[in-house]
Design a protein around this ligand. Structure first.
Ligand SMILES: Nc1ncnc2c1ncn2[C@@H]1O[C@H](COP(=O)(O)OP(=O)(O)OP(=O)(O)O)[C@@H](O)[C@H]1O
Ligand SMILES: [Mg+2]
Length: 527
């Protein structure tokens, strides 16, 4: 009798270890999901995050909260990555995806405890997620990109849950206009890099504006009294320096008498003057100079000459902005003064310096590339709000990008999740055995979204979710939680609209992440 017991022992320990690894993984991941739960929805709370260096961020954006949280457990990191992938894929719904993953893990944990094998759970969850995408597609309504009002409603929904929700009525149309202004006909995607978001302290969020052109946060370099406003501008973008050349190696020159000194100065003066003359001859009257780390991009002398030639100078242009500038103004970057020709210059109707709260900015307007790029100039009276306003605008733009990719809208307010829960439970009846059990658990896990929305809005979550469940069972597909009125109503009438892509990608990504966690049975640490 002793032999089988001995044979069984290592197997049993293996199992226990497997179970404990899985359990600890699930606990770590759930802790992360719980941390962001309270920030879901328009009445959700915001988080204040302080870094070791004392920097403070106030935000409602799930992806930002998780990124800044600096978790160390490997599985918890998977949840952080999950929300980051949702940010890349859809841009919005980063809190939702984490909350859903947490609920699915909870369901999986209970089933594991009942002795269901992780592979069965994993396979059933995959089936359920595929079915969910079908159901979501079924309840979505097509949207026409020419319908500006509809787009504004979608952008407003995403802005409503942010710190700056009071200004949603101003920011949503701005985001829509920005996107529409660069949207090519029949496009299936847009590059959000073509919309520059420039932040400036001073004024209020209401002063945020859309500029069909460029805004530089630096002021014009007019130490020598150069112009600060140029009408009918010819813009040159140079990548070389307007100062005396330097040799590659360190060297000293010993000057023994003043005539030699004079010669050196004269040479330098001539060298710089020649460069400035070439620039002026091409007709250029606005000069943008790329930032240089080797030596000064301009010196007093070159600034003096350029001022005399009535050329407006903006220095410290970042390398990564060059492409955007070229696309906007139609100029070509010039790497050498010998190739400074008129055909490489860009154009603009007006270039001028403007005073703002935090200092001056340069605005370039009336550009030939107005249909290709645009700039959103964000303003706010304090840095925390300004940063959050930029992040929220990014979310709104992402929502609009989702609509360009997939032109369908679904209702929000927990309606799609409740509908999923109802339809999946119904579908589960057609399945057999374990699968039926697992799919049903998946369906129940979906209720976490309406439950949390209600809880965060201070409503009686159980009562609201029960009412919602009943109404969905009665065929009221678009019923959702009306957070403002604190009741269950037809959420489409409230204009709470969320792109289909945000929902489908949240479900697919969350399922993928949960399946990955379930499949792990050991943690191996290497050195
Ligand atoms: N006016 C509203 N009434 C009811 N529900 C709403 C309303 N506006 C938004 N929602 C719901 O709130 C949820 C979105 O909340 P929130 O924007 O805080 O999180 P997220 O989009 O998942 O994450 P993030 O915006 O941080 O990336 C969605 O489920 C949406 O349906
Ligand atoms: Mg959102």
């Amino acid at each position: 009798m002793a032999t089988p017991a001995v044979r069984n022992t290592p197997k049993a320990t293996d199992r226990t270890q497997e179970r404990s690894v899985r359990e600890s993984n699930i606990i770590a991941a759930k802790a992360v999901a719980d941390a962001v739960r309270t920030s879901l929805g328009p009445r959700g709370m915001d988080k204040m995050i302080q870094s070791p260096s004392g920097e403070v961020v106030i935000t409602n954006d799930g992806a930002t909260i998780l990124k800044k949280m600096q978790v160390s457990h490997p599985t918890a990191k998977m949840l952080v990555n999950l929300s980051a992938s949702q940010d890349v894929e859809a841009g919005d719904g980063t809190t939702t995806v984490t909350v859903i993953a947490g609920a699915m893990l909870n369901a999986a944990e209970l089933m594991l405890k009942k002795g269901i094998h992780p592979t069965v759970i994993s396979e059933s969850f995959l089936m359920a997620s595929k079915k969910s995408v079908e159901i979501l597609k079924g309840m979505s309504v097509p949207v026409d990109l020419a319908d500006r009002d509809q787009l504004i409603k979608a952008a407003s929904t995403s802005l409503n849950s942010k710190v700056i929700s009071n200004n949603a009525s101003l920011l949503a149309p701005l985001a829509v206009d920005a996107l529409l202004s660069i949207l090519q006909p029949n496009a299936t995607n847009v590059d959000l890099k073509d919309i520059a978001v420039v932040k400036r302290l001073g004024g209020t969020i209401d002063d945020t504006e859309l500029v069909k052109g460029l805004v530089f946060t630096q002021k014009a370099t007019h130490a020598a009294g150069g112009p600060t406003k140029v009408v009918d501008a010819k813009i040159g973008l140079i990548q070389f320096c307007l100062s005396a050349p330097k040799t590659d190696i360190e060297q000293n020159i010993v000057v023994s008498d003043y005539s030699q000194m004079d010669r050196i100065l004269k040479e330098e003066r001539k060298y710089i003057l020649d460069m400035c003359k070439t620039i002026s001859k091409s007709g250029c009257n606005v000069l943008l100079i790329q930032k240089s780390i080797l030596r000064d991009a301009v010196n007093e002398l070159s600034l003096h000459f350029l001022a005399k030639m009535k050329i407006l100078v903006v220095k410290d242009i970042e390398r990564e902005d060059v492409e955007f500038i070229c696309k906007t103004c139609g100029c070509v970057p010039i790497a050498n003064v010998d190739t400074f020709h008129a055909e490489k210059l860009g154009k603009a109707d007006l270039v001028q310096e403007q005073t703002t709260g935090e200092g001056k900015v340069i605005r370039i307007e009336g550009v030939p590339g107005a249909g290709k790029t645009c700039t959103l100039l964000c303003k706010a009276s304090n840095k925390l709000v300004l940063d959050e306003s930029e992040r929220s605008l990014h979310d709104a733009l992402c929502v609009l990008r989702c609509l360009v990719k997939q032109r369908f809208l679904t209702p929000g307010g927990g309606a799609p999740e409740m509908q999923l829960s109802y339809q999946l439970s119904k579908w589960a009846n057609t399945l057999e055995g374990m699968q039926q059990y697992c799919v049903r658990a998946f369906a129940e896990a979906m209720e976490v979204v309406p439950y949390t929305l209600a809880e965060n809005a201070g409503l009686d979550a159980i009562q609201v979710v029960t009412e919602l469940r009943n109404r969905h069972a009665n065929g009221e597909t678009n019923c959702g939680i009306n957070v403002r009125k604190g009741r269950v109503t037809n959420i489409l009438e409230e204009h709470v609209l969320v792109p289909l892509l945000v929902h489908t990608s949240a479900i697919s990504l969350a399922t993928e992440c949960v399946r990955l966690i379930l499949k792990i049975d050991d943690i191996v640490i290497t050195r």
